[in-house]
Design a protein around this ligand. Structure first.
Ligand SMILES: *Cc1c(COP(=O)(O)O)cnc(C)c1O
Length: 434
């Protein structure tokens, strides 16, 4: 079977195999890798009854002969070894009928980022072992990416991970998940914003002084993170048992959404994607006006979505026309007050405790249905477990969240704390000092 080939968002004079795009992270011209064409879902996708088998079949269509079948099957089974339940939200006058939450929160670090990070870590390790190579992975994280990547890669031979996160701008639980001592992982609190962290990573990739280092990224800018993020859309559709559905995606860098668009272009019957942002409203504003109004990121209660300029925006513009985006997507921006009110309202109506990111999505569902009248069954992606945000849950519901076992285990482990100035020079010293 032929594998999908990739090109840069900025020039399409050269094509790359998946393994090249995966290990390189960012194209030499500074662009992001995108597929030259999006493969169809496997012919028998509707008959699949386990997440592992479905995941294997969908990924096989993307990777073709680049990973042998047995290795790919093992890899998917090892990476995606946790439940992915679809929970129906009944009795909510606020949301209406046929609303369900897809809980992507049962992986080891309790966010949807475990899907991309764990799968990508194993794919990278597979290719590196073949090539007998080493790699340093640089990650800018607004919270959940870093812990998912650290967990996914820790202990893999030949791979070192360096995490940058904005100091004081992740929750205490998120910070604990980042700084817990892990084999082959160094975490740094950067004295700046998430955008500073992201800029430092981009600059490091383009820095001639670092050109001799084998560097890669594991952000949602890496194509290897995106492909696994299309699998659960297909799985959720099958669980919902409806002919056509909508999805609501709480979004920041738009990587989760891009995974959904891949599934949809591959043939999944999706009517609309409701794209839910917090006060960082660059993308909903773009969908409204088609102008690019760049603003710095602002801090919110749903801090894993505090992104000023979504990195995958460049991908979406390369893959779709502006009208094409408007045909598929409906965007909105939800502020912190509305987020808290929604957490409270949904808890009182249904007994469901949503994390602040998921609550942004639930509020967007209400708005979408109210403003458009479209009552198509809708699945909201739950992107993090509420136990990761105990302060916000307490503020919204006036009571504590039920604890999560994965977090109780972490609390007993050793932690290491490092800080870093928000400059390329500081990062360069770290990279050259090992
Ligand atoms: C990363 C993250 C998001 C945003 O996902 P993108 O792919 O960046 O759009 C939303 N919620 C949580 C909990 C996250 O960790």
């Amino acid at each position: 079977m032929i594998s999908t080939t990739y090109k840069s968002t900025r020039t399409d004079t050269r094509t790359f195999r998946f393994s090249e795009a995966l290990l390189q992270g960012l194209a030499e011209d500074g662009g992001l890798f995108i597929p030259e064409s999006i493969p169809n879902l496997p012919a028998n996708w509707r008959e699949q009854t386990t997440f592992e088998e479905l995941g294997y079949l969908v990924l096989k269509n993307w990777l073709g002969d680049e990973v042998p079948e047995a290795a790919l099957r093992d890899l998917v089974q090892d990476a995606l070894n946790f439940p992915v339940p679809l929970v129906s939200l009944k009795n909510s006058p606020y949301l209406g009928e046929n609303v369900a939450v897809l809980e992507l929160t049962h992986g080891p670090t309790l966010s949807f980022k475990d899907f991309g990070a764990r799968t990508m870590a194993r794919l990278m390790s597979y290719f590196l072992t073949q090539k007998k190579q080493n790699l340093t992975i640089l990650v800018a994280t607004s919270g959940d990416t870093g812990s998912a990547v650290a967990d996914g890669f820790s202990g893999q031979d030949g791979i070192e991970v360096i995490l940058l996160y904005p100091k004081g701008q992740v929750s205490p639980v998120q910070e604990m998940q980042l700084v817990v001592a892990r084999t082959g992982v160094r975490a740094f609190a950067v004295e700046g914003t998430f955008d500073d962290c992201q800029r430092m990573v981009k600059e490091a990739f383009l820095d001639p002084n670092l050109a001799h280092l084998p560097l890669s990224s594991a952000n949602s800018i890496n194509i290897g993170r995106l492909l696994p993020q299309s699998l659960y859309y297909v799985w959720a559709y099958l669980q919902m048992k409806q002919p056509i559905i909508n999805f609501c995606v709480p979004s920041g860098n738009l990587g989760n959404l891009t995974g959904g668009l891949f599934a949809c272009e591959g043939g999944l019957p999706v009517n609309q994607f409701v794209v839910a942002h917090n006060a960082n409203d660059f993308f909903p504003a773009y969908l409204g006006t088609h102008t690019e109004d760049y603003k710095p990121s602002v801090r919110t209660l749903s801090n894993a979505m505090d992104v000023g300029v979504p990195s995958n925006f460049e991908r979406l513009k390369a893959l779709f026309t502006p009208q094409g985006l408007n045909d598929r997507l409906w965007g909105t921006s939800v502020n912190d007050q509305e987020t808290l009110e929604t957490m409270q309202r949904i808890y009182h109506e249904t007994g469901y405790t949503a994390c602040p990111h998921t609550a942004v999505g639930l509020e967007a569902v209400h708005r979408y249905r109210n403003e458009t009248g479209d009552q198509t069954p809708i699945i909201v992606l739950s992107t993090a477990h509420p136990a990761k945000f105990p302060e916000v849950v307490e503020q919204a519901l006036q009571h504590a969240t039920p604890p999560a076992e994965a977090l109780e285990i972490l609390r007993t482990k050793p932690m290491t704390h490092n800080t870093l100035a928000p400059t390329l020079e500081a990062l360069r010293d770290v990279l050259l000092s090992k």
